[in-house]
Structures are given as structure tokens and as C-alpha cells.
Write a protein that binds this ligand. Structure first.
Ligand code: PEP
Ligand code: MG
Length: 320
């Protein structure tokens, strides 16, 4: 009965009837995994009860640097995360930079439309050695810590890009190679991508931006960027179906994963993990624990059929 009390549901993520859904953390550095507050406060004492790291954003090491961080410095930073991660599961995302982020050492040309320019994996067209050094460092950190990190690239757009990335990563002994799905072109080819890759992770922040042609920071366009938009959910459904057909994991690591009711929709669409920043984990775990998989699938059908996000939210009554 006490399962209803806030924070009372613990352990791995699952629906009320036991369907497992991995609940993972989005982090920016090892500091995000350190116990935040030694005082015996609600979350502080036991730490966040996540099953691993679903998105390790590696940008922090590179931002505001005049020179590329050395391989050794990168190895130390990645090893710190691999050592500290709960359950030992870490998905490392390679550098997501571009001309909208200040990385002078990359020497990228100025662009009039940086969101549509040389960012994410595309930087490796101009500076392939930066990605190669990063992959070397990740592989070295894995050996040092005796762990097997999953490694994925941001902004993958075509199957050819995915195959190229996978080749480079596998050549270094990285066993689990994936891509973020942030561009509609990638979502539309999810099945083919999964022939080249071991997993997909849907970044709903950018996938919304590119699907709805709306700058993700644009306050005036918040309704278009609402993750309850059916067109976004349809792309997620298609990726999840491709994952099920291939028997490979497809998760969500954008902000959408932290909305407790939308999490039931995402599970109903068939995703296998939800990754979010720490405060989202407990509410999402409790929401899933209150909904059966059948109920999640009902919610997914309702949300996919709705003409606008408000209608979808109104039509879905949470089980508590
Ligand atoms: C995303 O785009 O949804 C994502 C998780 O990546 P970032 O927010 O770092 O762009
Ligand atoms: Mg992104």
C-alpha cells in the first residue's frame, strides 16, 4: 500500500506487471555521480537509484579550451565516470560540438545556420582526428577500468555515417556501438541503422527541433516543441518497432523521458530504457510502477491519435 508514498518505490524500473524499463541517468561529468549531499536528506543518503548512465555528455572536457584536451586527460575523465557509474553501465556520447558551441581549437568556419551545419558527428568530416583520439581515449579508459562502455555518436543522419562511426569504434575494440536519433532522416531509417549498430538512443530535444523546424531554445514555439506532439511520438514508435524487430535496445535520452505520464506513453511505444537527469528518476519509477504494460500501450495509442498535445494530456488519466 505504501508504494504510493513519494520515494517509496525503489529498485529497477518496471511496470506494475513487471515489464522491465531501464531507468538511466543523463550526466555531464563524474561530478554528477558523486553523492551530492552527505546529510541524510531524501535522495542524498542512498544516492540516485538508477541502473546506469544512459547519456554521458562529453562536451564539458572540451568547452572553452584553446587546445584539444590530451588523450591522457580524456582517459582520466572517462575512467572516472566508468568507475563511479551505478551498475557499471555507461553510454558515452562522443563530442557534440559545432559552430554554436565555442570550441576554438576545432577551427570551424562560421556558419549562418549552425543548427543545420557542421555539428555533432559531422565535425569528424573536417577534423577526423579529434573523434579518433576520443575513441582511443574511451577504449583506453575501458581497459583501465575493466568495463565495457557503450559508445554513441550525436547527430547521425545517414546509414553511411553510422557505418563509418561503427567501423572506427569497433577497430578500437569498442563492442557496443550506437547512434543518437536526433534527425528525422535517422528515425526514418532506424531499421537499416540497426543493421550497422547495436543500439539507438533517441534525443527528443533535437529530434523535436528538427522535426518541427523549431529552434529548441525558442520560447515562442514551445507548443511545437512539446514532446507530446504526435509526429514526434510516431518517429519514436517507428524506432522502437525497428529495435524490437532487430532485438536491439532503443531508448530515449531527451527531456521527454522525465515526464512521468509521458514515460508511460514511451514505454507503450516500445522503448527499452529512459534516461534523464537525476531528479526525474524517482517520479518516473513511481509512475511506471502504477501502470501495467497494457495500460502504457493504451496511453501510447491515445497519444499517437491526438491532434495536439493538450488533447493527448487530457485524454490520458494517470493510474496512481
Ligand atoms: C537531445 O538532443 O535530446 C539530447 C539528449 O542531446 P542534447 O540535449 O545534449 O543535445
Ligand atoms: Mg542533442
Amino acid at each position: 500500500a505504501d508504494r504510493r508514498r513519494a520515494g517509496s518505490v525503489r529498485g529497477p524500473g518496471r511496470t506494475s506487471d513487471g515489464h522491465p524499463v531501464k531507468l538511466l541517468l543523463n550526466i555531464g561529468s563524474a561530478a554528477d555521480l558523486a553523492p551530492r549531499d552527505p546529510a541524510p536528506s531524501a535522495e542524498g543518503a542512498e544516492g540516485v537509484d538508477a541502473e546506469g548512465v544512459g547519456l554521458f555528455r562529453t562536451e564539458f572536457l572540451f568547452l572553452d579550451r584553446r587546445e584539444e584536451p590530451s588523450r591522457e586527460e580524456q582517459v582520466a575523465a572517462y575512467a572516472a565516470v566508468l568507475r563511479a557509474a551505478p551498475g557499471g553501465h555507461v553510454v558515452v556520447r562522443t563530442l557534440d560540438a559545432g559552430t554554436d558551441k565555442p570550441l576554438p581549437f576545432l577551427g570551424l568556419a562560421e556558419e549562418t545556420n549552425p543548427a543545420l551545419g557542421v555539428r555533432g558527428l559531422r565535425v569528424s568530416r573536417v577534423r577526423p582526428e579529434v573523434l579518433d583520439t576520443q575513441l582511443d581515449a574511451i577504449a583506453e579508459a575501458a581497459r583501465e577500468t575493466g568495463t565495457e562502455p557503450w559508445v554513441m555518436a550525436p547527430m547521425v543522419t545517414t546509414v553511411a555515417e553510422a557505418a563509418d562511426f561503427a567501423g572506427r569504434a569497433r577497430a578500437r575494440g569498442i563492442a557496443h556501438v550506437g547512434a543518437m536519433v536526433e534527425v528525422p532522416a535517422a528515425a526514418l531509417r532506424a531499421g537499416r541503422l540497426l543493421e550497422e549498430l547495436d543500439f539507438l538512443s533517441i534525443g527528443t530535444n533535437d529530434l523535436s527541433q528538427y522535426t518541427f523546424a523549431s529552434d529548441r531554445q525558442h520560447g515562442e514555439l514551445a507548443d511545437l516543441l512539446d514532446p507530446w506532439q504526435a509526429a514526434l511520438l510516431q518517429l519514436i514508435a517507428d524506432c522502437a518497432a525497428a529495435g524490437r524487430a532487430a532485438g536491439k535496445p532503443v531508448g530515449v535520452c531527451g527531456e521527454a523521458a522525465a515526464d512521468p505520464l509521458l514515460a508511460t506513453v514511451l514505454v507503450g511505444l516500445g522503448v527499452s530504457s529512459l534516461s534523464m537527469s537525476a531528479p526525474g528518476i524517482s517520479p518516473v519509477r513511481e509512475s511506471l510502477a502504477a501502470h501495467s504494460l497494457a495500460r502504457c500501450r493504451d496511453n501510447a495509442r491515445i497519444a499517437l491519435a491526438a491532434d495536439d498535445p493538450g488533447q493527448a494530456r487530457k485524454a490520458i488519466v494517470p493510474d496512481r
